[in-house]
Write a protein that binds this ligand. Structure first.
Ligand code: B16
Ligand code: MG
Length: 217
């Protein structure tokens, strides 16, 4: 049966978490509190609006809707400044080999990201044309662990959920894929991602044998 692959963006294809962190930290400091890299872990895979709620919880700050809207705009403006400087050098190690291998085999591929900035990021790093479909934060209502971003991708690719393989670096994303019986491949720390069907530290550990095994399963 035909298989399809769906890739998360931040933490899987590129490491933009550091840029999100710097921009949220600026906002936190402007509001008069600290924000550490450790606290930033909670923001992975989480939507922009929810991220702000968590930040305000950390700083014990209450805010009006107008204030929140303004902060979301200024945070994103700073983040976009970092993205502008990205090049193909920012693609994480081993990712291109895997994408190119699947492309050569004509395997359908989609992006499934919570980010509203997914398209400009893919353009900056030269991967915009790699994917048959891009499903991102502009297309979905519900955030991971809701599987909407992946089910929409599967429907675009016209492939049954059980024949979809999802690559994810966040717990929420792994749970989203598992909840609709997709195959989940966790990228990162095994102690965090233990619910995934397969776990790799990064893409350099993924062999063509393993990819063939997924394709031919
Ligand atoms: P934006 P992913 C997610 O991307 C990030 O992991 C998360 O930290 C971020 O808040 C979210 O995108 C929204 O990003 O502000 O650019 O819309 O991991 O789902 O690719
Ligand atoms: Mg991610």
């Amino acid at each position: 049966q035909k298989k399809g692959f769906i890739f998360d963006l931040d933490g899987v294809i590129v490491d933009t978490a550091g840029f999100h962190y710097l921009a949220w930290k600026t906002l936190a400091n402007d509001l008069g509190f600290e924000f550490t890299e450790e606290q930033n872990e909670r923001f992975k895979g989480v939507s922009r609006v929810r991220s702000l709620e968590i930040l305000l919880e950390i700083g014990k700050r209450k805010a009006t809707q107008e204030e929140k809207d303004g902060w979301l705009i200024s945070k994103n403006a700073e983040y976009l400044g970092y993205i502008e400087k990205m090049t193909k050098e920012d693609i994480l190690p081993g990712v291109l080999d895997v994408l190119n291998y699947l492309k050569e085999k004509n395997i359908p591929m989609a992006l499934g990201s919570a980010s509203k900035n997914a398209q400009p990021i893919l353009k900056r790093v030269g991967l915009f044309d790699m994917f048959d479909f891009i499903v991102d934060g502009n297309h979905v209502e519900k955030a991971k662990p809701d599987p909407e971003v992946f089910t929409m991708g599967a429907e675009e690719l016209e492939i049954d959920y059980k024949n979809i393989i999802v690559f994810e670096d966040s717990i929420a994303g792994v749970q989203a894929a598992n909840s609709v019986d997709m195959v989940s491949v966790g990228i990162g720390d095994a102690s965090v991602l233990h619910e995934a069907d397969y776990i790799f530290k990064d893409f350099t550990e993924i062999s063509t044998n393993f990819l063939d095994q997924l394709i031919n399963a």
